[in-house]
Design a protein. Structure first.
Length: 119
């Protein structure tokens, strides 16, 4: 059967979670996208940070070394609906958490049906 894989944490908590500006920003995002708790928000933030870090690492490589990896990353993001066809790494660096949250099923249904509240 093999050993079970160790589950790793899918999110990183902010260093200072009790700052007023951050609390207000998180509350606004949670309300507008219908997130249940802060953990869902932190998961999305971590995923966007991971994608942006990959793009930043690719920009540091030489042109011939990054050609294949850049193509794979852009195809992956295109499948997720986060990058358009013909996007560049600069477009990936401009990704925001809202771009990822717009792709949630709950948000898509809310926008298409004209419902005012995601809840």
């Amino acid at each position: 059967m093999g050993d079970p894989r160790k589950a790793k944490k899918l999110y990183r908590r902010p260093r200072m979670i009790w700052t007023t500006d951050q609390l207000n920003a998180e509350l606004y995002i949670m309300g507008s996208y219908g997130l249940r708790n802060k953990r869902e928000l932190w998961k999305a933030q971590t995923e966007v940070a991971r994608i942006r870090n990959q793009a930043r690492a690719l920009l540091a490589l030489s042109a011939e070394a990054r050609a294949e990896k850049e193509k794979r990353l852009l195809n992956f993001l295109n499948r997720l609906g986060l990058a358009k066809e013909g996007a560049t790494l600069d477009d990936i660096l401009n990704l925001k958490i809202e771009d990822l949250l717009e792709r949630r099923l709950q948000t898509i249904v809310m926008k298409k049906s004209g419902i005012k509240s995601p809840y």
